[in-house]
Design a protein around this ligand. Structure first.
Ligand SMILES: [Fe+2]
Length: 238
């Protein structure tokens, strides 16, 4: 079975279009998204419409849960005061500008999707099987990965939230962070399409990076009253 996973899109419709095309070109039989559909860039409603139109099913991210239920905070963690301030404004902007229909879609998203392929149990969630805003970086100790695998009760786990892609294998369990479509933080501004191919003897993962029109989105961020701080982040992939 070959499928594609689209991590944290965050209102970036141009990146989504490019990532989707890469999935189609890779001949993915099915495409999933990992939630966190709005924030930082302005095209949250366009992103939701695109996902519905292209039959891309997915899970609910912390940002979706917070926007759809009008929470005070998005549940994200910030490293510096400026980032926290800008992110707060972006969160308010997103709550105001997400349509009731898009919020309804976000509310309807499940916390996880499970299926099996070639006898392996696959589980997809936004951040971790425990919490939807836990930052599961590659350098967490092995013990943490094993605990999470037990909690998820799965052989292959696919998630995002940190915006930094990786593949790791421990004791035959495969851990895939699908990175981010619309707001990469690994220093590479290109969009990311994670293609997973499961056969009887292996799990192959390909992180396809595709160039898209970053400048168009960077300009739209400012034109919509969001901070140029996020345009800069998009250019840098940070
Ligand atoms: Fe997230």
């Amino acid at each position: 079975m070959k499928f594609a996973v689209l991590g944290d899109i965050h209102g970036n419709i141009e990146a989504l279009k490019a990532a989707y095309q890469a999935a189609v070109d890779a001949k993915a039989e099915k495409i999933f998204h990992l939630g966190d559909l709005g924030g930082y860039a302005p095209f949250v409603n366009e992103v939701v419409d695109f996902l519905i139109e292209h039959d891309i099913s997915g899970v609910q991210g912390n940002y979706d849960e917070a926007v759809a239920n009008d929470r005070e905070h998005c549940g994200c963690k910030y490293e510096e005061p400026l980032q926290a301030e800008m992110a707060g404004l972006s969160f308010s902007w997103t709550k105001t500008n997400t349509t009731p229909e898009s919020k309804e879609y976000m509310r309807s998203l499940p916390p996880e999707i499970s299926f099996s392929a070639e006898g392996k149990r696959v589980k997809i969630f936004h951040a971790s099987p425990r919490k939807n805003n836990l930052y599961w970086y590659e350098d967490r100790p092995e013990k943490f990965f094993i605990e999470m695998a037990e909690k998820a009760d799965a052989d292959i786990m696919i998630y995002g939230h940190t915006h930094k892609p990786y593949r790791k294998e421990i004791n035959g369990r495969v851990f895939i962070n699908a990175g981010s479509v619309g707001k990469p933080k690994d220093g590479d501004p290109r969009t990311c399409t994670t293609v997973v191919e499961i056969t009887s003897d292996r799990v192959a993962v390909d992180f396809i990076r595709t160039v898209y029109d970053v400048e168009q989105v960077a300009a739209a961020i400012v034109a919509n009253g969001l901070s140029a701080y996020f345009s800069e982040k998009l250019r840098a992939g940070s």
